[in-house]
Design a protein around this ligand. Structure first.
Ligand SMILES: O=C(CO)[C@@H](O)[C@H](O)COP(=O)(O)O
Length: 231
């Protein structure tokens, strides 16, 4: 099972580059094996072209390295906070994709300007608050995960499969690493569409609840969520 997950996470990391979500060694993808409680994640600082399944690093939810000779991604603690807090997600992606990072740097969530957005996100793509200096100076990557969890309170991860970390960039998730990449691609496209929509119409407003419900719920159903209840 773990060997299969290493291949799946390796493929997901390569897809980040293939889909144009990352440059050089930016970003990372991970996958979670519920049975063993272990996480497979990209090694830190390794060029995507050189990555092989055997390079994937295995850690437990406490962050102890279980397998792999390379250093785990620098964002590993953030992934681990989300796996501990969001029951049911099986894959997480972090990128610095251009348009989503623009909204993150502006500290703005992405409103639901159209039905394309409503097909994937039940409402805005939220943006976290800025991290306080003490949080940055402390366990920065853990605090990045904590501010994501804080912002997602009252939201259901499968209904909002991604978020913008203020001043940083997007994180997305899904039932597995491939779906986390898929949601990362969708998030980037929604960010691009929304930025150009704002440029065309400065008075633009989010769509109303009726249209949001129609598009999201016909695609995902009323009670589709991974975990037990909402956050
Ligand atoms: O967010 C960042 C840097 O701001 C990271 O995502 C790096 O872009 C990739 O780090 P590694 O996964 O290679 O450690």
């Amino acid at each position: 099972m773990l060997e299969e997950l290493k291949v799946q996470v390796w493929e997901a990391n390569l897809e980040l580059q293939k889909r144009g979500l990352v440059l050089y060694t930016w970003g990372n993808a991970s996958g979670f094996d519920k049975e063993s409680g272990l996480v497979v994640i990209k090694p830190s600082g390794v060029e995507y072209e050189k990555l092989e399944p055997k390079d994937m690093v295995v850690v437990d939810l406490a962050g102890n390295q279980v397998e792999g000779g390379l250093r785990p991604s620098s964002d590993t603690p953030t992934h681990l906070v989300l796996y501990r807090e969001f029951s049911g997600i099986g894959g997480i992606v972090h990128t610095h994709s251009t348009y989503a990072t623009i909204w993150s740097q502006a500290g703005r969530g992405i409103p639901t300007f159209g039905t394309t957005h409503a097909d994937y996100f039940y409402g805005e793509v939220p943006c976290t608050r800025k991290l306080k200096s003490a949080e940055v100076e402390g366990s920065y990557e853990d605090e990045t995960g904590n501010v994501i969890v804080e912002t997602m309170k009252g939201r259901v991860p499968v209904h909002v499969p991604g978020i913008l970390v203020a001043n940083h960039g997007p994180f997305s998730w899904g039932k597995d690493a491939h779906e986390a990449v898929y949601h990362g691609v969708v998030l980037e496209e929604l960010a691009k569409m929304a930025l150009h929509t704002c440029a065309l119409n400065k008075e633009i407003e989010a769509i109303d609840q009726v249209l949001l419900d129609k598009h999201f719920l016909r695609k995902h159903g009323k009670n589709a969520y991974y975990g037990q209840g909402t956050l």
